[in-house]
Design a protein around this ligand. Sequence first.
Ligand code: ADP
Ligand code: MG
Length: 690
Amino acid sequence: MKGVGPAKAESLGKELHIFTYEDLLTYYPFRYFDKTKFYTINEINTEDVFIQVKGVITQFQLINTGKVKRLVATLKDPTGSVELVWFQGIAWVQKTLQINTEYIIFGKPTLFNNRYNFSHPEVESIHPEEEKKASHFSPVYYSTEKLKHRGFDTKGIARITKQLFSEINSVDVEEFLPASLIAKYKLVSRYDALFNIHFPSDEALMQQAMRRLKFEELFITQLKILQLKVGRNETVKGYLFEKLDIHFNTFYHEKLSFQLTEAQQRVLKEIRRDTLSGKQMNRLLQGDVGSGKTIVALITTLIAKDNHFQSAVMAPTEILANQHYETFKSMLDGMPVSVKLLTGSVKGKARKIILEELAEGKIDILIGTHALIENHVIFQNLGMVVIDEQHRFGVGQRAKLWQKNEHAPHILVMTATPIPRTLAMTIYGDLDVSVIDQLPPGRKPIQTLHRFDSQRLAVFGFIKKEIALGRQIYIVYPLIEESEKLDYKDLMDGYESIVREFPMPTYHVSILHGKMKPKDKDFEMACFVRGETQIMVATTVIEVGVNVPNASVMIIESAERFGLSQLHQLRGRVGRGADQSYCILMSGVKISHESRQRLKIMCESNDGFEIAEFDLILRGPGAIDGTQQSGATALKIADITKDKQLLQMARDDAKEILALDQRLVLPEHQQLRNYILDTSSQKTIWSKIS
Ligand code: ADP
Ligand code: MG
C-alpha cells in the first residue's frame, strides 16, 4: 500500500498482526469519538464517555507541587467552565495553545472536587472546513508506543484504512454469508459493514455494521467448532461399552450407600448412550460444587471395566489426585477392581511396578496428575479418560491421550465449578454437554456473610459457639505466588493468633499449607477428619477435594483477594453435612469497588452457574482460568458477555447449515467454504479440544 514501506509494514505485522488488507479491514476501532454533537459545558453530566466541547481557553496555570507538575487550562463557553489538565508534554501545550482562542476539545470528563475536568484531551483549533469534516463519528484504534513512533497512532491507522477503501470497492469485498441468513436477519452487506464500522456517518449505520460483523464472527467460529465435531464423529471410531456387568451391578446395587439424584442418573444415561454409539465420546460434565460429579466418574470407569477396558482419571494437582484415589479406593473397597495412584512423587521401584502392571492390564483404574500422559506410561487397553478440573489442563496435554490406544479413548471432562454457557459454547463448543443441575438431597443452603476485620471478635465468639455445638471450622488464608513470602507470614501470624484465642486443652488447631512435608500434611488432615482438632488453619490447598461433613464454618481471610470461582470452591468445602453451614468472608474496610461487588454476589448467591456468569461479566473472558489461549478471547468484535443472543443464533444457524450440507459443497455455500479455508490456516489449535 502506498505510504506503508517495508519498515512500517513490518511493525504493523509485529505489533498488531496486520499483514494483509483483510487484516486491516478487520482491525476494528474499539470506540468512537462522537463528533456529531457538541456538548455545552452545563450539559456535561457523565463520566467515562468521550465527548466534544467547544469553548475559549481563558487562562493557563502551571502548578508545581515538587513531585508532580501539571498544567491547568480553563475552558469557558456561555454555559460554564471546565478545566483541562496536562501532566506531560506541558511545554508543547503551552507553545501551541493560546489564550482567548476558541478550540474544540475531545475527551473524557472526570469529576474532581465537584468540577468536571478533562485530562490530556485532544484539542483542535477551529477551521470552518475542519468542522465540517469532523461532523461524524471518528474511529479510535488501539495502537502501541512503537507504532505511534512510526506514525500509526489512531489517526495514522484511520488514514491507511481510509486509503484502503479508496483502492477497493464493494466487488473486492466478497460476501460469504449465505443469502438466506442475510435475508433472515436483514444484515447489511460485508462491504457496507466494514466501511461503516470504520467510518460511520451516523449511529444507526454503525450499529448495523456492528451487528453484522459480530454475527459473522460468531457464526464462523461456531461453524468451525461444529465442523470439527462433525468431522470427528465421522472419522473417529469409538470403543463399544456394550455390557453392564458384575462390577457395575455389584457397585450400584450393593455398595452405593445413597440414591443417585435424577440429574446424576440422566448424565449416566447420556454417557451410556455415547459409549454405545460406536463413536468416540467427548463430553463435558458441568455441575456445581458438591453436586456429585465424582460418583458419576467412578461409575463410568466401572462400565469400562465391565467391558475390559482400563480407565485413567486425571486431576490437576497432586492433592486432588490423592483425594480421588482415596475416594475410589474406599468406595470400591472389597471389589475386585485394581485402583492405583501415579503422581510425580511416586518414584523408583513403586513407579516401576505400577508401569509394569499397567502395561500388563493388571490395573483397572489409574488415577494421577499430568504424569499419566507421559509417553512412557503405557496402558494395555485404555478406553476411558476422565479429566477433572479441565480448565487447568493444556490442550497439548489432552492431545497426547489420543496416542494411548489404537482408537482414541472416550473422554469425559469435568469442570470444578460451572462455567457460563456462552463461554462453554465458545471454548468447549465441540463437546457434548451434560449438566448436573441438582444437589444431593438434604443439603441446607450455606449462609454467607461479609465481615470486616474490625468485627473479628464477634466472629471469634461465633466460632466458639459453633465448636461448643460440636462443629469444626476452616480458616483459609490466601496464598498467591507473587507474594508468597508475605502470605506465608500472614498465615503464620494468623495461626498464632488463633492458637492464642483458642488455647489448649479446650481447643486443638491444625495447620495445613503447601510447604509442609506430605507426611505432616496427611497427619494434620487426618486429625481434622477424625475430629481431634476443631479448627483447620490452611491455605487454598484445601480449595479442592477436602470432604469433612462435620465442618460447618468456612472463614476466608482477605477474601477480597480471591476470585469468584475460587471463593465458591472454598465455600463448597462446608455445607456437606446435615447442619446449617456458614461462610464468613473477612476483609478490610478499604477494598475496591470490584472486590466489594464480588463479596456481595457471594453473599447473595449460592448458585455456581449464576456466580460464573457474574465472574465472566466482571473479569471478561480473558481472565477466566485457562481460556487465554482458547479462542474465546480471540474474538475481535463480538463479546460473549454481551452478545449472548447473537451467539445462540449463530450456533443454531451453523448447526442447521451443517445438518443440511456437512462439507459446505452446495453452491450457496461456496463462498462460505472458501472463506473458512482461507482463514483456517491462521487459526490456532484452540478449537482442537480433545
Ligand atoms: P463435586 O461435584 O464437587 O466433585 P463430589 O463428587 O465431591 O462433588 O460430591 C460431594 C459429596 O456428595 C460427596 O461426599 C459424595 O459422596 C456426596 N454425594 C454425591 N452424590 C450423592 C447423592 N446422590 N446423594 C447423597 N450424597 C451424594
Ligand atoms: Mg470434585
